[in-house]
Design a protein around this ligand. Structure first.
Ligand code: CA
Length: 312
C-alpha cells in the first residue's frame, strides 16, 4: 500500500465519520445560512498541510460552515506537485465524496495552488462541479515562483530582493509545516506556479480566466466561477508569517497578498480585495489578522450563503 493510498483511506474514513457527524449536526444547524445544496470541498495550496503546528489549514472555516448547515470536506492532495497531478488526486476524492453523500455535484473552494487545482477538475469533469471559488489563487502565476525558477524578467527587481524572496518562501514553508518542510520547492510544483506555467495551463483550461484584471465569465459549461483575494502583506505584528510575506511582496510592484498578485488571483466573478495577506485568506496563523479587515471566516460563510441563494 503506497503512502498516498494510506492517506486516501485515512481521508475517506475521516470523510465517512464526518458525514455521520454532519448528519447528526444537521439537526442543530440553526439558521441554515450556509446550507448549500451541494457539499463544499476545501482544497489547500502549496503549503499543503492538513494540520500544521497542530492547526487546520483552513483555520476554523470547516466548523463555521458546518454550523450553518453545510456539508464540508477538506481534500488532501500533494503539497508540492504539478496542477495536473493534484487535479487528478482531487478528482478521485470528489468522486468518492459524491458516492458517500449521494450528491450529484460539489462546490469546490481552492486557496493558492488550490485555485488551478479546482479549475482542473471543473475543466475535465464539469458535470461534477457546481462551482469553483478561487481564493488568493495563482491563476496567472506568481512572481515569486518566477524568481525561484530563475525566469523573472531581468532587472525587474534587484538580486538582493530576489534572493530575499526566495529565502522567505523556503522559510515560510518550513515555518508552517512545523520545521519539517521541503528544503526547496520541487520543480514540477514550481513550474506549475510560474507565469509561463499558468499561461500554458490557461491555454488548456481557459474557463473563466479574464483577459484583464477584472472579472472573467461567471458561468462556463454549467460551472459558476468566483474569486477573492487579499492585497496586504503585513497585517498583524503577532503573526510570524507576516515577515516572509512582506519580503516576498516586494518583488511584485503591484497589489499582492505576499505571494500572488491581485490580477493573477482573478477568476470568474471577482468578489473583492481585502486587507489580508496570503495566509490571512485561510485565517492563519490561528486567526491572527488585521482586526479591522473583513473576518476571513465570515467571507467563507457569506459565500456559502451566496451559493445557497442561487440553488447551489
Ligand atoms: Ca495572518
Amino acid at each position: 500500500m503506497t503512502g498516498f493510498t494510506r492517506r486516501l483511506l485515512r481521508h475517506l474514513s475521516f470523510a465517512v465519520t464526518a458525514c455521520a457527524l454532519m448528519l447528526g449536526a444537521s439537526a442543530h444547524a440553526q439558521s441554515g445560512y450556509t446550507q448549500t445544496r451541494y457539499p463544499i470541498v476545501l482544497v489547500h495550496g502549496l503549503f499543503g498541510f492538513d494540520s500544521a503546528l497542530g492547526v487546520d489549514y483552513f483555520y476554523g472555516i470547516p466548523d463555521a460552515l458546518r454550523q450553518g448547515g453545510a456539508r464540508v470536506f477538506v481534500a488532501q492532495v500533494s503539497a508540492a506537485n504539478s496542477t495536473e497531478v493534484r487535479g487528478e488526486q482531487l478528482l478521485a476524492q470528489v468522486k468518492t465524496i459524491l458516492a458517500v453523500t449521494g450528491a450529484s455535484k460539489v462546490n469546490l473552494v481552492g486557496h493558492s495552488h488550490g485555485g488551478p487545482t479546482t479549475r482542473y477538475v471543473a475543466g475535465v469533469a464539469p458535470g461534477l462541479v457546481a462551482s469553483v471559488t478561487s481564493i488568493g489563487g495563482v491563476n496567472r502565476g506568481s512572481r515569486v515562483a518566477d524568481i525561484l525558477r530563475g525566469v523573472a524578467p531581468a532587472g525587474s527587481v534587484s538580486e538582493t530582493v530576489a534572493n530575499g524572496a526566495a529565502s522567505a518562501l523556503v522559510g515560510l514553508i518550513n515555518l508552517v509545516s512545523g520545521g519539517s518542510g521541503l528544503p526547496q520547492m520541487p520543480t514540477p510544483a514550481l513550474d506549475s506556479l510560474t507565469t509561463a506555467g499558468l499561461a500554458d495551463f490557461n491555454r488548456r483550461f481557459p474557463q473563466a480566466v479574464p483577459t484583464g484584471c477584472g472579472s472573467g465569465a461567471e458561468l462556463v459549461n454549467g460551472v459558476r466561477y468566483y474569486s477573492w483575494t487579499g492585497t496586504q502583506q503585513l497585517t498583524n505584528v503577532l503573526d510570524v508569517t507576516d515577515g516572509p510575506l512582506a519580503v516576498m511582496g516586494l518583488v511584485f510592484g503591484e497589489a499582492n497578498d505576499g505571494l500572488v498578485s491581485a490580477c493573477s488571483s482573478r477568476l470568474g466573478k471577482h468578489l473583492g480585495d481585502y486587507r489580508q495577506n496570503h495566509l490571512d485568506e485561510v485565517n492563519q496563523l490561528v486567526g491572527l489578522r488585521d482586526w479591522f479587515s473583513a473576518d476571513p471566516v465570515t467571507l467563507y460563510r457569506q459565500h456559502a450563503n451566496r451559493l445557497k441563494q442561487i440553488g447551489l
